[in-house]
Write a protein that binds this ligand. Structure first.
Ligand SMILES: NC(=O)c1ccc[n+]([C@@H]2O[C@H](COP(=O)([O-])OP(=O)(O)OC[C@H]3O[C@@H](n4cnc5c(N)ncnc54)[C@H](O)[C@@H]3O)[C@@H](O)[C@H]2O)c1
Length: 319
């Protein structure tokens, strides 16, 4: 048995599957609690036969999901429907996972004396009035808007972690900014996966609005940051993102079309309640975790397109 045993909630999702693979590779035992609401067996199919990997099909909102986990050394709490398509389709499940689910996870950490890292989101900054966003900025959020189950849910997650830390729990918070890469599926409703899928199918990339910016961080860089946060005692919250890769959504579409060599970009009306600009200030991550993202957007999109072209090829050969 390994001396490290990590619980990854949401381990069958996009980020969780990469994290599980990384941790198994460095010798951890890994237990996943995932209700498979947005996760996919395909993401973790290659891990299923590993004797150090256990998948528990269970919901973080139920305390009974966390029995018999006395040997834990680390917890990473990722469980929550993350894409706007998923969390607007399941607003109650989203806010329940962020609130009740987070309290269950933090209670488990307190009970077992385990370090826990909770994934918040850059969405807690809302439509920011400060740019770039530093961790001290408190955000500009609509508590009852279309995306509020997610944005306010993440703010509850942060408050719950802070309350636990005040009572002695070893908890930390990370704020991811637009992570992307392989294992983001064509129909998951996120901008990078939607653009890559449309380009590879030779279809139109619909750019809603287009002038709004996001800063895209490649999954490999991000996982390094998560692991450094697991191994630290920092509370944070710590922004994890790539400030060098801030682009407008129109520029992102053009880049995907250029690298894929197929597809065409077209502007369509923007969404109401859209966030105008997002760029992380990552000085705290550099100082506390000695971490910064290094993968260029061109390289990351190339790798994402390579992975997704296999998925789309497999889909078309089944038809
Ligand atoms: N991907 C990003 O760019 C990004 C940005 C900011 C924050 N985050 C946060 O990181 C975490 C992981 O994101 P992701 O992109 O991998 O999302 P994802 O939707 O791919 O994965 C989430 C996983 O959580 C599981 N899950 C959802 N509700 C659950 C519940 N009640 N009980 C157990 N499992 C549950 C899903 O089945 C899925 O496997 C989320 O908390 C998300 O809010 C992600």
């Amino acid at each position: 048995m390994s001396t490290h045993h990590t619980l990854v909630t949401g381990g069958a999702g996009f980020i969780g599957s990469h994290l599980c693979r990384y941790l198994l590779n460095i010798g951890h035992d890994v237990t996943v609690v995932d209700n498979m609401s947005t996760g996919r067996e395909d993401n973790i199919a290659d891990l299923a036969d590993n004797p150090r990997f256990t998948l528990r099909a269970a919901d973080v909102s139920l305390p009974g999901s966390f029995v018999e986990l006395d040997t834990l050394t680390h917890i990473v709490h990722l469980a929550c429907p993350a894409s706007p398509k998923a969390n607007t389709r399941m607003p109650l499940d989203t806010i329940r996972a962020c609130s009740v689910g987070t309290l269950n996870v933090l209670d488990l950490a307190a009970r077992t004396g385990t370090r826990v890292v909770c994934a918040s989101s850059s969405e807690i900054y809302g439509d920011p009035l400060e740019h770039p966003q530093n961790e001290t900025y408190r955000g500009n959020c609509d508590p009852v808007g279309a995306f509020s189950a997610y944005t306010e849910g993440k703010r509850v997650l942060e408050a719950a972690a802070a309350a636990h830390v005040r009572e002695g729990t070893n908890a930390g918070i990370i704020r991811p900014f637009n992570i992307y890469g392989p294992n983001m599926w064509p129909e998951d409703g996120r901008v990078v996966s939607s653009f890559c899928a449309s380009a590879l199918r030779g279809a139109t990339l619909e750019i809603a609005g287009g002038e709004q910016t996001r800063s895209f961080c490649y999954i490999g860089d991000f996982i390094e940051g998560v692991v450094r946060m697991m191994d630290s005692d920092a509370f944070g919250p710590v922004n994890l993102g790539n400030p060098a890769c801030e682009v407008s959504i129109a520029e992102l579409a053009q880049l995907v079309v250029r690298i894929a060599g197929t597809g065409r970009a077209q502007i369509v009306p923007g969404r109401s309640g859209e966030t105008h600009r997002r760029q992380p200030d990552t000085d705290l991550a550099a100082r506390v975790l000695s971490w910064s993202a290094i993968t260029s957007l061109d390289t990351g999109i190339e790798r994402t397109l390579d992975w997704m072209s296999q998925v789309i090829h497999a889909e078309s050969s089944v038809r």
